[in-house]
Design a protein around this ligand. Structure first.
Ligand code: C2O
Ligand code: CU
Ligand code: CU
Length: 500
């Protein structure tokens, strides 16, 4: 679809029908974006409970919980918890997990970032109906890192993650242990998600044509399922495992005083060495492992973690907002009120205790041992396309359960080149199952430090081409790759690849 046609479809210059409400909303647009409560930072931050076992049940249920305000929200829990429990396991262990689906829709769990056999991967074809179980048994044999898990049923991933299913899957190994990174109370798993809460604080999720096109965006940011919590800590080093678990929102994270911190790990575990940064961008599905030195603070100080909405990344949105381009376009796009911009303080760190810290930041963290691009067996072009009136797709097609879209010989080393041709100023976090890859380059700019580590999800910005190098060593069978904007995924921006 040509951009011209697309703008026509959106109604620019053609007197449209479909987006009239959006256009009307132009003037009353809530520019500041996130609505944070008056009684912010009064609740202590909760951490997901941990499962450190090899053999356990995960029971999905629907229930109600008050997230903010007075009104209870309809949510899904695993083992009664929101967010879902953190699974923590040592490399080399065999897991046996009995997933019990007790919600009123089909479901299946996927272990995002783990390389497991096809029947263990949570392919949508394996979704089980309400009341049934799915048994997982697989070896965890990969680098220590911050992985995660979430449901993956066809067309229902968005609503199920949105209502609370999904948690960390932390793998530990000896190499990492030897570094003596902050652990226990100094290791903070943080899952950040935007949600739409109505006036009474009830969670809403209405997906219409606009959301299928752009993704679902909330007006509030939750950390571990809580709105504006605080956490008390000492003047010592802390490790933050950060997951953007939003359905569609890309976020830039930083501290309110802009203090620097270190990124030490990406989707697939430790980087070669720590990189000092002051802001990090994570798209839905991406994780980062951070080290923060709180020794510069005094007891009584507070510093906030800040998240900034970045779905306008790549500058396209700014251009569309009318800076230097046709006014019509600008007005049109700023009318997309379900993509509030702006930023919010999402978590307060209160320094409450003076504590000496023996931890020394290591110069060297790990060996990444990437393959060389020159050794690649072949390269493939994956076109992210826009289908008239139906939303973004892959190579002009929507997901079909059993259609094989790419065939990959087992053991092949390949370059996959994702080109964002979806016309809208819309980024797509592309995720490939059953592998970790190396990002070779992005046409729109430099790779950020965490993008230089092992990755399973990479943001393909508006108009960008991103090349990744990946070796397909997973067992033979059918896997998916898709956009991790969950409304895009549910709408069919997903494809099968078969390792054979
Ligand atoms: Cu995290 Cu196929 O997804
Ligand atoms: Cu995945
Ligand atoms: Cu997408």
């Amino acid at each position: 679809m040509e951009r011209k046609e697309f703008l026509k479809y959106l109604g620019v210059g053609s007197g449209i029908v479909a987006f009239t409400p959006v256009l009307l909303a132009c003037n009353s647009e809530v520019k500041e974006g996130f609505v944070m409560p008056q009684n912010a930072f009064t609740q202590p931050l909760h951490f997901p409970e941990e499962i450190r076992a090899n053999d356990f049940d995960l029971v999905a249920e629907s229930t109600q919980k008050t997230l903010a305000g007075d009104a209870p929200s309809d949510i899904f829990t695993l083992n009664g918890a929101l967010p879902s429990p953190t699974i923590r396991i040592k490399r080399g262990q065999l897991l046996n997990i009995n997933f019990q689906n007790r919600i009123a829709q089909e479901s299946i769990l996927h272990w995002h970032g783990l390389i497991v056999p096809p029947a263990m991967d949570g392919h949508p074809k394996d979704a089980v109906p309400p009341g049934q179980n799915y048994n997982y048994h697989f070896d965890v044999d990969q680098r220590a890192g911050t992985y995660w898990y979430h449901p993956h049923p066809d067309q229902l991933t968005g609503p199920q993650v949105y209502r609370g299913l999904g948690g960390f899957f932390i793998v530990e190994d000896e190499e990492e242990q030897a570094l003596g990174l902050p652990s226990g109370g100094r290791e903070l798993p943080l899952i950040v998600q935007d949600k739409q809460l109505n006036r009474s604080g009830r969670l809403t999720y209405n997906v219409g044509r606009m959301e299928r096109m752009m993704g679902f965006f909330g007006n509030t940011l939750l950390v571990n399922g809580q709105r504006a919590p605080y956490h008390e800590l000492s003047t010592s080093w802390h490790r933050l495992r950060l997951l953007n678990g939003s359905n569609a929102r890309v976020l830039d994270f930083s501290f309110s005083d802009n203090s620097p911190f270190y990124v030490i790990g990406s989707d697939g575990g430790l980087l070669e060495q720590p990189h000092e940064i002051s802001s990090i961008r994570l798209a839905p599905g991406e994780r980062a492992d951070l080290l923060v030195d709180f020794s510069a603070y005094d007891t009584g100080d507070s510093v906030y973690m800040v998240a900034k909405a970045r779905n306008n990344s790549g500058g396209m949105m700014e251009r569309m907002h009318g800076r230097g381009t046709r006014r019509g376009r600008g007005r049109m796009m700023s009318g997309a009120k379900n993509i509030p911009e702006g930023q919010a303080k999402i978590l307060e760190f209160r320094i409450t205790k003076d504590e000496q810290d023996a931890f020394q930041l290591p110069q060297k963290l790990s060996e990444t041992s990437f393959p060389t691009p020159a050794d690649a067996d072949r390269s493939r072009r994956i076109n992210l396309t826009m289908e008239m009136m139906q939303g973004p797709a892959i190579d002009g097609k929507f997901f079909e359960m059993m259609r094989v879209d790419q065939k990959v010989p087992r053991g092949a080393l390949e370059v996959w080149e994702f080109t964002n041709n979806t016309m809208m100023p819309m980024p797509h976090p592309m995720h490939i199952h059953a592998t970790q890859f190396k990002v070779l380059e992005r046409s729109g700019g430099e790779l950020s430090p965490h993008e230089r580590g092992w990755k399973d999800t990479v943001l393909v910005g508006a108009d960008e081409t991103v090349r990744v190098l990946t070796k397909f060593d997973a067992p033979k069978g059918l896997y998916v790759f898709h956009c991790h904007n969950l409304e895009h995924e549910d709408n069919g921006m997903m494809a099968n690849f078969e390792i054979s």
